[in-house]
Ligand binder design. Structure first.
Ligand code: GSH
Length: 217
């Protein structure tokens, strides 16, 4: 029995939702933590995830799982079919590296806690905060696009099968849309993101398909 703590707009939860769908797993319960109302800071959720961030996932008796990449690798190990990592060590290192560009080097710089600190503590105005978000998006997209020129890239980030790198790329592409980032200079990223969206497991997991999402964002 899986319980997922989520919010429609959360890109990290989007990554976990894609992995759940690819593995054919459906959470028995979804707990909505409204990031726009700061519900991630409530003591009840802080006890679930001391980082006060989404997602968190409970599988059976627990313990609580946290951090999207750790959750996805847990799901991959407990439900190996279809595999989300290549069989060879070099391939796994490349896929994890691509995934971490998104989940560790870019996304954490634009999450609500950072944007709110910029606004309320450093008194940075809205256009400058948006410029900050676009800058870190673009840095990651530039790095991804450069890596995706390598021969290892195929229909997906690494060959012809979906991996954790594609899951992360999909979340980066969705985030780029939310922040109006120009993705025209990144044709490989755009191509792979579009290919992923043709797969039901990705399309169904998209933030704009979740309960509570607006028609467009
Ligand atoms: N590195 C974490 C990122 C988690 C994270 O920052 N999630 C965002 C939503 S996508 C969040 O809940 N932020 C709450 C906040 O910043 O206050 C992961 O990949 O799971």
């Amino acid at each position: 029995m899986i319980k997922l703590f989520s919010f429609w707009r959360s890109l990290a939860t989007y990554r976990v939702r894609i992995a759940l769908n690819l593995k054919g797993l459906e959470p028995a319960e979804e707990v909505n933590i409204d990031l726009t109302k700061g519900h991630q800071l409530d003591p009840g959720y802080r006890a679930v995830n001391p980082m006060m961030a989404l997602p968190a996932l409970i599988d059976g008796d627990g313990p609580i799982l946290f951090e999207s990449l750790a959750i996805i690798e847990y799901l991959d190990e407990t439900h190996p079919d279809p595999p989300l990592l290549p069989k060879d060590a070099r391939g796994r290192a490349r896929v994890r590296g691509l995934a971490q560009i998104v989940a560790c080097d870019s996304h954490p710089l634009i999450v609500p806690r950072v944007r709110e600190y910029l606004e309320h503590e450093l008194k940075i105005d809205e256009p400058t905060r948006m410029a900050w978000c676009r800058h870190w998006h673009t840095r990651a997209l530039t790095a991804l696009e450069t890596h995706l020129k390598a021969k290892e890239t195929g229909r997906f980030c690494h060959g012809g099968e979906v991996t954790i790198a594609d899951i992360c790329l999909a979340s980066q592409a969705a985030g780029a849309k939310f922040f109006n980032v120009d993705t025209a200079p990144f044709p490989n990223v755009v191509r792979i993101a579009e290919t992923c969206q043709k797969i039901d497991a990705f399309a169904r997991a998209h933030p704009l398909k979740q309960p509570g999402a607006p028609a467009t964002a």
